[in-house]
Design a protein around this ligand. Structure first.
Ligand code: K7E
Ligand code: CUA
Length: 675
């Protein structure tokens, strides 16, 4: 069947043409512009805090951006799967292991879905998770420190898109493969897709920080898997994933994966899967993947290799998966706060199909199957469908809920947010957004308890909304008031990268436990200095370690000699401040790794391989005090084999300690100084 919308999509020659239609089909109405008290409703006076933290995926930027709502103020960029020149993540020696994968270091990936941890089905403010898309990974960000503390690579997968949605208790987060691939991946003809390519659904144990692991993987037919969400309440224990390309096309998917009238929502009974694993029905499958953890006390990361997963074939564990036919190449799958309704965003469909969990369970009991695919029963559409939202708009993608019985769906092609009623399926309201909205987000909007005051639309295209910045424009978010019957546009603000999904929660769930500095007394970093006198220098073959303290407004030591060409110098700089928001930086002339930023109480290491003899200054890169410009030092580099002694001008006391510790003492001449 060729629906009008499909004709339209296939007929659009390019994204620009789609965008063009967006403009054409909307007349500028009064609700396009924020009016009345909108400014007052988003205004957060100087010195006052926002009500909500919002965590927006950075998309192809590979990070998360934290904003305050309702103001839209950017609070912090949290690097996850990408190096970040703002704070040295992925550049300094302590955090480089975070970006290790089975493919080597991958310093730039694509993030899509920020997902808050939950307790009892409600966001709890402990962690936010996010997926790496190209090299399938999931990450944990600790919301006490706003930093990435753990990354797990997902083996037997390609394109970790349906990820990292959580179960109501954060026991698991998930990752489903976008692209089916040979499992295990081997050299086969692409044309053997139907025989050899498989999908996998990964359930990742996530409730113990530092101990993320793949609990099990489920082997699935060779479709594309797109998004997922956990059941809750009555549907707790189930997980729902959308599939497309049930045609199993491997070329020109634009055309060939859009032939079937329906694809599927895959409903997974993960408690049953746990049972099967416990009963030994999973087989250990070889795999090669990395688990990277930032140690809380040394604040240094380590990367370890893992080599096996528990793989469950649905044929060996009947009842773990059912397929719910769903029109047409569905994208989002969103579960309402009661846990009864399963809303699919059929991006090429003319309706929004809604399945009922209770009907699904009855259909399973009474075996209303249309057949099976690879041993997975296919339920009859009429047996599970609760209703369809008619004429919702064009290109429904994602749905969130306000907790008052209403659902809100983003319409990519017609660039609008549509509000509709659960149960009656009637459209209640619609508001244009600018332009081509992807995800929408209500704080807690995928949980059991939405804080349904605002909705954030995240738009792919901004066109004329801001001052132009050449061909590449900012992405954009729009804040909409959903507290009344009619949606009201409040605010536009540009966003970093490409926001896909986002989540938000009341600020008080995070604010009070935010860490102010890392405790120096608890640091277990092997190169930490806890006082200026502990600074020093030591040679280990061609490797020279400089242990250095940074404190307003000097480095100790600050004059270093005895480095030779061919040496690798590791500057281990500890910021020994124990005060909130007092950072120091460190950069050395000739360094190719640019610089490091060191938080109060932490140690960061900059690796430097001098390329020529001479004297090189180093300095603090963060304006830390009135005498910040005085915070500097020099390193002398001599020819290989030179007899210049290894020296660092630490204090006399430190020299004694260093001698005891087997380090090279500083020469007396250099140890007198202004300290
Ligand atoms: Cu719709 Cu990757 Cu969640 Cu973007 S996905 S929009
Ligand atoms: Cu330390 Cu500037």
């Amino acid at each position: 069947m060729r629906t009008p919308i499909r004709n339209f999509v296939l007929g659009a020659a390019s994204a620009a043409a789609v965008g063009g239609l967006v403009f054409a089909c909307q007349s500028a109405g009064p609700r396009d512009i924020a009016t009345g008290d909108a400014a007052a409703r988003v205004y957060v006076p100087p010195g006052k805090h926002d009500d909500y933290y919002a965590f927006l995926s950075g998309g192809y930027n590979g990070q998360i951006a934290a904003y305050g709502l309702p103001s839209g103020r950017l609070l912090k960029i949290i690097p996850v799967f990408s190096q970040n020149p703002e704070n040295g993540y992925g550049y300094n020696e302590e955090t480089k292991p975070m970006l290790e994968t089975s493919h080597g270091s991958v310093p730039w990936d694509d993030t899509h879905h920020a997902e808050l941890s939950q307790t009892g089905g409600v966001p709890d403010g402990r962690w936010v998770f996010i997926n790496g898309n190209n090299t399938p990974r999931v990450a944990r960000i600790d919301l006490r420190t706003f930093e990435t503390t753990e990354i797990l690579e997902i083996p037997n997968a390609a394109g970790g898109h349906a990820s990292p949605f959580t179960t109501p208790d954060t026991k698991y987060i998930v990752s489903a493969t976008r692209f089916s691939v040979p499992v295990p991946n081997t050299d086969v003809p692409i044309a053997s897709y139907k025989q050899n390519f498989k999908g996998t659904l990964s359930f990742i144990a996530a409730d113990q920080p530092g101990k993320m692991d793949i609990a099990f993987q489920i082997l699935m037919p060779g479709y594309n898997y797109d998004l997922g969400h956990a059941g809750k309440g009555p549907s707790d224990g189930w997980f729902f994933f959308t599939t497309y390309n049930s045609e199993q096309a491997y070329e020109k998917l634009e055309l060939n994966a859009s032939k079937n009238d329906k694809d599927f929502v895959a409903a997974v009974n993960y408690r049953r899967a746990e049972q099967c694993v416990a009963e030994g029905k999973a087989r250990p499958a070889p795999a090669d993947y990395r688990h990277n953890v930032l140690d809380e006390h040394s604040r240094a990361a380590r990367s370890e290799r893992r080599s096996s997963v528990q793989m469950l074939d649905p044929r060996d564990c009947p009842g773990i998966v059912y397929l719910l036919p769903t029109p047409k190449s569905p994208h989002g799958v969103d579960i309402d706060p009661t846990g009864e309704f399963i809303v699919a965003g059929g991006k090429l469909a003319t309706v929004i199909p809604v399945h009922a969990f209770s009907k699904m369970m009855k259909a399973i009991e009474s075996k209303q199957f249309e057949g099976d695919l690879a041993g997975i029963p296919v339920l009859a559409y009429s047996a599970t469908i609760a209703g369809e939202v008619q004429k919702p708009g064009l290109g429904p993608l994602h749905t969130e809920f306000d907790g008052k019985g209403n659902a809100y769906t983003s319409m990519f092609i017609s660039s609008e947010v549509v509000k509709w009623k659960l149960g009656t399926w009637e459209v209640l309201d619609r508001i244009p957004v600018y332009y081509s909205v992807g995800h929408i987000m209500i704080p807690g909007g995928d949980s059991r308890q939405p804080w349904g005051k605002y909705l954030l639309a995240m738009n792919k295209i901004t066109k004329d909304r801001y001052l132009p910045t050449g061909p590449e424009l900012a992405q954009s978010a729009q804040l909409i008031d959903i507290s009344g019957d009619k949606m009201k546009m409040l605010l536009d603000f540009p966003t970093v990268g490409e926001p896909h999904y986002a989540q938000a929660l009341p600020a008080n769930l995070i604010e009070a436990k935010s860490v102010k500095f890392y405790r120096l007394s608890e640091s277990t970093h092997p190169e930490v200095v806890k006082a200026e006198s502990e600074g020093g220098i030591r040679r280990d073959g061609r490797m020279v370690h400089v242990k250095m303290a940074a404190i307003r407004s000097h480095f100790a030591p600050d004059n270093i000699e005895g480095i030779q060409l061919g040496d690798t110098v590791l500057f281990h700089v500890t910021n020994i401040e124990q005060d909130w928001d007092i950072e120091h930086g460190f950069a050395v002339f000739g360094g190719t790794n640019a610089e490091i930023l060191i938080g109060p109480g932490e140690t960061r290491t900059l690796k430097w391989v001098p390329q020529a003899t001479g004297v090189y200054p180093f300095y603090c890169t963060d304006f830390c005090s009135a005498l910040h410009q005085e915070m500097q030092g020099y390193v002398r580099v001599s020819p290989r084999g030179s007899n210049v002694p290894l020296a660092a001008n630490v204090s006399a006391k430190a020299a004694t300690q260093a001698a005891r510790a087997g380090q090279v003492p500083a020469p007396p001449a250099a140890s007198s100084g202004r300290r």
